[in-house]
Ligand binder design. Structure first.
Ligand code: SF4
Length: 661
């Protein structure tokens, strides 16, 4: 507690003590503590105090940029609190973002802004080379960074005294004409705390670069993983790979532009190879996604969007149609990668993003050939209504990317919703002796009410049998939105269900301000929408209804304290869709842990529900009521212990809200 800057809330002393104990044992900790319980400041205070005594550094990794800001804000509070006792340099920390956010040349240019970290790294290396060899060429931000020592030193002083967020830091550097990325590299060495997105820890190339900057090895680092419930899915995505028709067509455009070399001693051209690939993907899609169930219609009525691909299907089709052996396919892949590199160099010379689709194609085929079968599912996916089918190697086992965790001095994994904690430990491959701790919500139980109704559901087979369910569901939503002026959020299992509801119900009868979250909304448009919604609840505003989805940017990432949100309506249980990908995952977890349903269906669904409900209560005085419109809700009683049935929803909600007033 020695550097904790606030008066501790319930559980915070215990959390700090648990973390300190874990660090002393050089162990691993999985910690669940309710949303709003102040985990960030506890983890920072405990690990900083330990790091100062034992000369360690902290890598604090977050999923989103707004979580990163929170860490820097808490670090500032610690620094302020300690200003009489310690040299501020000893509590210095920096936030790092990807090069696409930190490089002024990249974020000012649409093409560069889309670049991957490898592409931008290559682009940057070339810009720096030019800047070093000529006074007028290359990156101006790099030139100032190298040449204007005094300005750089002043910026370093400013950073150390202000502890800016990554956004503030980037803005200042740009104003001073200095490269934020290069300066960050230099600052990281002096920092006690480095706040990074997940990719800096779990992408091998980027992690090696970070450790080079730090000049340290893993055993000198304490790793804190925030919002850890996101990590298994994040790693699955990071280690999955795909080849879409769109990408193959781009290979075709590339050869049209840069020339169409021949492969295997002129047996065929790259263009004809790509055309064959395109045909194979389309035909595999027709065969496995559309035709297997004749109409492409699932028995549960939803259109099928993916299917398992027999292990050798794609490669045997490719070698068969091209009339080549597997050995010759390896030669083709090497040639594609070599041509791709030439294209990258060519684009680089023209100051363009050094991207080559042929290069990506070569890498994909190489990966596909060497795939570890048991940890991946091979899929054919048709998610864009026939427009862009793809084959995909979907990573089933996140532990393929987490070897690094056991090399750190110690790791702390935290979230408000991690139960069952064993699932997280097993999924990411932490040792069996990892400490698992769950703290109950520190807020008064009577401030939260969670009700469910028993006569509606979003289960497809029930909806198909009984047309009146949808009407009753709408009646519940309508009557809650019309009866209570408080800010209300109505959350759906997916954007599909939300739009189905939008099509089939009469929103025009709702006489109040309504907001809709949209799937393709930009981050700034989403923030504007949320700000406007919150304003309707603040200071006795008229109150509004926000229609949103579970597992999305609003229901998992935003805070709505006090009157900004008082009622949450959950329209149906957000079970994962029964896609081939999901079934593959469930089967893998059944084989590995005998817990396929619990780990891949029940627990992720419960987390989405709890995250959504968690928006209601952000501090001790916050109150709110959640309503689950689904008769299947009691299946989640072990995760949501205060769940209660209601036979008169409006009366029960009214009574709860009246107690407050
Ligand atoms: Fe971008 Fe900095 Fe590289 Fe210049 S030196 S290209 S500003 S990252």
């Amino acid at each position: 507690m020695e550097i904790f800057p606030y008066t501790p809330r319930p559980n915070q002393k215990a959390i700090i003590s648990t973390i300190t104990q874990t660090l002393s044992n050089r162990g691993h900790l999985i910690l669940e503590s309710g949303t709003g319980s102040g985990k960030t400041i506890c983890a920072l205070s405990a690990s900083l105090a330990y790091a100062l005594k034992h000369d360690k550094k902290i890598i604090y990794t977050t999923r989103t940029n707004s979580q990163q800001q929170q860490v820097i804000t808490e670090l500032r509070a610690i620094q302020k609190h300690q200003k009489e006792v310690r040299d501020p340099d000893s509590l210095f920390g920096v936030g790092i973002q990807g090069r696409s956010n930190m490089c002024p040349l990249a974020y000012q240019d649409n093409e560069l802004a889309q670049g991957t970290s490898e592409e931008l790294s290559r682009f940057c290396a070339n810009e720096k080379k030019k800047a070093r060899s000529s006074k007028n060429k290359g990156c101006q931000y790099y030139r100032s960074f190298v040449e204007e020592k005094e300005k750089v030193q002043q910026t370093i002083e400013w950073v150390k005294t202000t502890l800016p967020t990554a956004e503030g830091f980037i803005e200042q550097c740009e104003k001073r004409n200095i490269c934020p990325y290069e300066l960050n590299k230099q600052l990281v060495r002096d920092a006690r705390v480095v706040v990074v997105p997940y990719i800096y820890v779990f992408n091998i190339t980027i992690r090696n670069m970070l450790f080079d900057w730090l000049g340290l090895s893993e055993e000198d680092i304490i790793l804190i993983v925030d919002e850890a419930h996101n990590l298994p899915d994040y790693i699955r995505d990071l280690f999955s790979t795909q080849l879409s028709i769109w990408m193959v067509r781009n290979c075709g455009y590339e050869v049209e532009h840069f020339g169409d070399p021949s492969l295997l001693e002129s047996r065929f051209s790259v263009k004809s190879f790509c055309k064959t690939l395109e045909d194979i993907i389309s035909e595999i899609r027709d065969s496995y996604v559309y035709n297997l169930l004749e109409t492409g219609i699932r028995t549960n009525g939803e259109r099928k969007t993916d299917a398992f691909l027999p292990s050798n299907e794609f490669l045997s089709e490719l070698t068969g149609r091209m009339g080549i052996t597997t050995k010759q396919l390896h030669d083709v892949i090497e040639d594609l990668i070599a041509y791709g590199e030439k294209i990258q160099e060519n684009k680089q010379k023209q100051n363009k993003l050094p991207r080559s689709y042929l290069h990506k194609l070569g890498l994909f085929l190489d990966f596909w050939i060497h795939l570890a079968h048991e940890q991946y599912a091979k899929l054919i996916v048709d998610a864009a209504e026939g427009k862009n089918p793809r084959i995909e190697a979907y990573c089933l086992d996140p532990s393929v990317g987490t070897d690094i965790l056991t090399k750190f001095y110690s790791t702390i994994h935290m979230s408000g919703t991690l139960e069952p904690l064993e699932e997280y430990r097993d999924s990411i491959g932490l040792p069996a002796q990892t400490t698992l701790v769950s703290y109950p919500s520190p807020f008064p139980k009577e401030n939260r009410k969670i009700l469910y109704v028993k006569d509606v559901t979003t289960k497809y087979s029930e909806l198909a049998k009984d047309q009146t369910i949808m009407e009753r569901m709408w009646q519940y939503v309508f009557s809650i939105c019309s009866s209570f002026p408080q800010n209300t959020m109505i959350c759906f299992p997916s954007f599909n269900t939300l739009s189905m509801f939008q099509r089939n119900t009469g929103f025009s009868c709702l006489k109040r301000t309504i907001f809709f979250e949209e799937q393709q909304m930009s981050q700034s448009a989403l923030m504007d929408l949320v700000t406007d919604f919150k304003a309707q609840g603040d200071n006795g505003g008229e109150g509004a209804a926000l229609f949103s989805v579970m597992g999305g940017r609003i229901s998992e990432g935003m805070d709505f304290p006090a009157e900004q949100l008082e009622i949450v309506v959950i329209v149906g249980i957000p079970y994962p869709k029964p896609t081939a990908r999901q079934r593959g995952l469930q089967r893998y977890y059944d084989m590995k842990f005998r817990k396929g349903w619990e780990y891949t269906v029940e627990a992720p669904t419960a987390r989405k529900l709890l995250q959504t409900i968690g928006r209601l209560i952000r501090d001790e005085s916050d109150r709110g009521v959640a309503v689950l419109l689904d008769m299947r809700a009691p299946r989640f009683k072990k995760y949501i212990r205060d769940l209660e049935p209601t036979s008169d929803l409006l009366k029960d909600v009214k009574e709860f809200l009246k107690q407050k007033s």
